[in-house]
Design a protein around this ligand. Structure first.
Ligand SMILES: Nc1nc2c(ncn2[C@@H]2O[C@H](COP(=O)(O)OP(=O)(O)O)[C@@H](O)[C@H]2O)c(=O)[nH]1
Ligand SMILES: [Mg+2]
Length: 192
């Protein structure tokens, strides 16, 4: 797909605030600081669309972006950030999991994994959760510009073993643009 139009639509902090299920939703999930906001900005070509931050754990809302006026990109709260309180963690966890469980219009979940530390405990839990709820998902390995050759080999090996069910695995760098056209091509199968 080609993104010709992207605009912030709404942020919600509870399921009751979700917009009507008018469009297919491509959902972006990943641990805090994995590079999700940066990826959304790079995909849409709009630098300020999703706020990026080098302070992890800041995004606590589900953000909807309307793409080409017929698709939502949905930015989920980052998970697995240790420094937030247990109660707060449970609250986001609930919002995130009930959204994924119940939302009919989700067409694809894009799971972002840091290419230097792919498939950590919380990532594996997320994959198991998506499998259990039969949500199709693809994997994006972020920040590949930071990988050494040795890490590249190690990451590829880890991905072979843990992601048999993923629809795709894309190596991505928001800084160089690597992986962008490949990822957008995969999205063609999940739009209307
Ligand atoms: N080297 C490199 N750094 C990145 C890339 N994408 C994001 N980052 C950095 O990772 C940090 C977290 O990014 P952000 O998009 O805010 O992560 P989020 O918490 O997942 O939304 C920021 O300091 C970004 O500059 C990338 O492709 N390459
Ligand atoms: Mg973010």
């Amino acid at each position: 797909m080609k993104i010709i139009n992207a605009a912030f639509h709404i942020s919600v902090s509870a399921l009751s605030g979700l917009p009507e299920e008018s469009f297919p939703e491509i959902v972006f999930a990943g641990r805090s600081n994995v590079g999700k906001s940066t990826l959304l900005n790079s995909l849409t070509g709009l630098k300020g669309l999703a706020k990026t931050s080098s302070t992890p754990g800041k995004t606590r809302l589900i953000n909807f972006f309307l793409i080409n006026r017929d698709l939502y990109f949905v930015d989920l709260p980052g998970y697995g950030y240790a420094a937030v309180g247990q109660a707060e963690k449970a609250a986001w966890g609930h919002l995130l999991s009930s959204y994924i469980e119940r939302r009919e219009s989700i067409s694809l979940v894009v799971l972002l994994l840091d290419s230097r530390h792919p498939a950590m405990e919380s990532d594996r839990e997320m994959m198991a959760f998506l499998d259990y709820h039969e949500r199709p998902y693809g994997i994006v390995l972020t920040k590949v510009d930071k990988l050494t050759q040795k890490e590249r080999v190690k990451t590829a090996r880890i991905m072979e073993s843990c992601a048999a069910k993923a629809k795709f695995i894309v190596n991505y760098s928001s800084f160089s643009g690597k992986g962008k056209s490949e990822l957008l091509a995969h999205f063609d199968h999940y739009t209307r």
